[in-house]
Design a protein around this ligand. Structure first.
Ligand SMILES: [Zn+2]
Length: 457
């Protein structure tokens, strides 16, 4: 019996200990007694225009029981939100709107104080509290934006220039929105607060619109439409019959070269893959390397000579040709020709008439050996199908320097130069840049006019 009694009492002691420790552990680990204050997340960069609601997220393991948002200016304090919840919530999203009166405030800085308490029984049932103070700079002013000078017109597939003024104490983003959400990046021009950018109307688009957009850190936005006269232009649509000789010759040769046509035996399928998939890949590379703009640079002036890369050359294919390919009357594939084909003698010397920097000097699929030159202001020239390239990436080239020789590398039937001009990654009509009068009216005069206006201001 004594033995039994002893066992009982030791069992009772163990039970009591288990309850105390277990209860302690329960208090220690359970959400009911958790000791972590609520988390407060605010979507803010430290600026507020007192219009856009401030987005605040409160969260807590035991749930949010109460919260308060206070707006504090140097002279005044307003409670914007004060809530007590019957049942705590794990997460609460708030949209804090300032009172109407706040918009007329002259204060440059305000404080937003966010207080939250959770539903924990910790702290003698009072729960855990947090106070977050946000120091916000008030900016209610939209950026100042005005067009200073621009090309009078833009042609379908062509280029234009715009110079504008943009001012804001907290300027955050500045771009020109073109078609399909394309953002042209402007560069600083001449004097503080002025910007310059070339624009391009993609040849495959039926219309064009350009809008300068300025955003500040507080979310104020200004937009200014660039007043360009749109000149439609017809481009050639050609129907090309695919011949067996071509498919079994050039296409069969190219098919051996590209991984995309690995294992594809049908010549028409090979052609389709080369004309579409390989071309798309080659053009993505071209667009990527020609999209860069040096936006740290202050553009003082921009001098460009009439482009004329090949002496005594004949135009053998135009920019913007829409080519549709057929075989035995059946449509197979299509493509746009996005450069100007020039031919003179075989392996003729290619001499750009403008200085620049070589940014690419390599083989690029259908374009063959292809040097690419940056002339500044987001203007690039490319030279396709070369037999040999005389320059290396990074080289600075002078006006009239030989950079390569024409050839038929890549997708070319005879020896010729595929001459492409790009504005911030968009192919444009080379003929404009080969026309002295066009350059004067659309580039030089716009710059001259802008400088005169800026000097007067
Ligand atoms: Zn071409």
């Amino acid at each position: 019996m004594g033995y039994n009694n002893k066992k009982k009492s030791s069992f009772g002691g163990l039970l009591a200990l288990t309850l105390v420790v277990g209860g302690g552990l329960y208090v220690y680990f359970s959400n009911t007694f958790e000791r972590v204050a609520p988390e407060v997340k605010v979507a803010s960069n430290g600026y507020w225009n007192l219009k856009k609601p401030l987005k605040v997220q409160l969260s807590d393991a035991s749930g949010i029981k109460s919260y308060k948002v206070i707006l504090q200016t140097p002279t005044d304090q307003t409670t914007l939100i004060n809530e007590q919840l019957l049942a705590p919530q794990a997460s609460i999203n708030l949209e804090v709107k300032p009172p109407r009166t706040a918009y007329s405030t002259k204060d440059k800085e305000i404080k937003v104080i966010i207080e939250a308490t959770d539903g924990s029984k910790w702290n003698l049932l009072k729960g855990n509290s947090v106070t977050k103070v946000l120091d916000l700079k008030i900016d209610k002013k939209k950026p100042q934006l005005s067009i200073v000078s621009n090309s009078y017109k833009i042609s379908k597939g062509g280029s234009a220039l715009v110079i504008f003024k943009a001012k804001d104490d907290n300027l955050d983003e500045l771009y020109i929105e073109g078609n399909d959400h394309k953002h042209f990046k402007p560069q600083s021009f001449y004097k503080d607060g002025y910007y310059i950018s070339l624009l391009a109307w993609p040849v495959t688009d039926s219309s064009f619109k350009a809008t300068v957009v300025a955003k500040d850190k507080a979310g104020n936005i200004s937009k200014s439409y660039v007043p360009l006269y749109l000149k439609q232009k017809d481009y050639r649509l050609s129907k090309i019959k695919l011949k067996d000789k071509f498919l079994k010759g050039k296409i069969a040769d190219l098919a051996e070269e590209f991984v995309e046509t690995d294992g594809v035996e049908n010549p028409l399928e090979q052609f389709k893959i080369i004309n579409e998939d390989v071309r798309a890949k080659n053009e993505i590379l071209i667009h990527k390397i020609t999209s860069k703009v040096n936006d740290d640079e202050l553009v003082k002036s921009f001098k460009i000579n009439k482009m004329y890369p090949l002496k005594n050359a004949q135009v053998v294919a135009h920019f913007g040709d829409h080519r549709k390919y057929y075989y035995n009357g059946e449509f197979i594939s299509e493509a746009y020709h996005l450069g100007l084909d020039l031919a003179s003698n075989a392996m003729a010397e290619i001499k750009p008439q403008n200085k620049g920097v070589v940014i690419f000097s390599d083989y690029n699929g259908l374009y063959g050996n292809m040097p690419v030159i940056s002339h500044g202001l987001g203007l690039y020239t490319i030279y396709g199908h070369c037999s040999s390239i005389k320059v290396n990436e990074g080289d600075e080239i002078h006006r009239g320097e030989t950079i390569a020789n024409t050839g038929k590398s890549g997708y070319a039937m005879g020896d010729h130069l595929h001459f492409g001009v790009l504005v911030q990654g968009i192919e444009v009509r080379p003929q404009e840049w080969m026309d002295k009068q066009w350059i004067k009216l659309n580039i030089n005069d716009v710059i001259k006019n802008a400088k005169e206006i800026i000097e007067r201001n």
